[in-house]
Design a protein around this ligand. Structure first.
Ligand code: RP5
Length: 161
């Protein structure tokens, strides 16, 4: 049974961030799997995941990592499945290290890089939904409704908190 989206992350410690992507996919009814795949600690796992991604039917990969965050770029080097990168916020450098490690890919192997941290992970889920919705009208309608609901939830005037 294939899933549409692969959420991969460098460590268990990334899950607190990456589950924001999973929550969006759950809300929108998109099938996914979540796996720990580390560029440094489990390079063979990364290799196999990238090598089999197309044949397994993955349509989008969301890859999150922190620090020397090589996972998204290495995955983009190994598969043509679109990779969305999420820079995980780090303690030492606040995730700027992660962002710089992910965003500046050489020509030929793009990673669609999101913002640092939880907002970036949630946006990765929404970006994956937008990509899948190009060929799935029902999902497109669900995504439109999700966006409309968010807009409707924003008050016109601020209040004292
Ligand atoms: C990276 O190192 C992971 O993506 C994680 O963000 C960071 C720290 O990993 P742990 O030491 O918490 O396992 O590879």
């Amino acid at each position: 049974m294939s899933v549409d989206v692969g959420i991969i992350m460098g460590s268990q410690s990334d899950w607190a961030t990456m589950r924001e992507a999973a929550a969006i996919l759950d809300e929108l009814g998109i099938s996914y799997e979540a796996k720990i795949v580390s560029a440094h600690r489990t390079p063979d796992r990364l290799w196999t995941y990238g090598k089999t991604a197309v044949d397994r039917g993955l349509k989008v990969i969301i890859a999150g990592a922190g620090g020397a965050a090589h996972l998204p770029g290495m995955m983009a080097s190994k598969t043509r499945v679109p990779v969305i990168g999420v820079p995980v916020q780090t303690k030492a450098l606040s995730g700027v290290d992660s962002l710089y490690s992910i965003v500046q890919m050489p020509k030929g192997f793009p990673v669609a890089t999101m913002a640092i941290g939880a907002a970036g992970a949630a946006n990765a889920g929404l970006m994956a939904a937008g990509i899948l919705a190009v060929s799935d009208a029902a999902l497109g309608a669900r995504l439109d409704a999700w966006r409309d609901a968010l807009s409707a939830s924003i008050p016109e005037e601020p209040k004292d908190e």
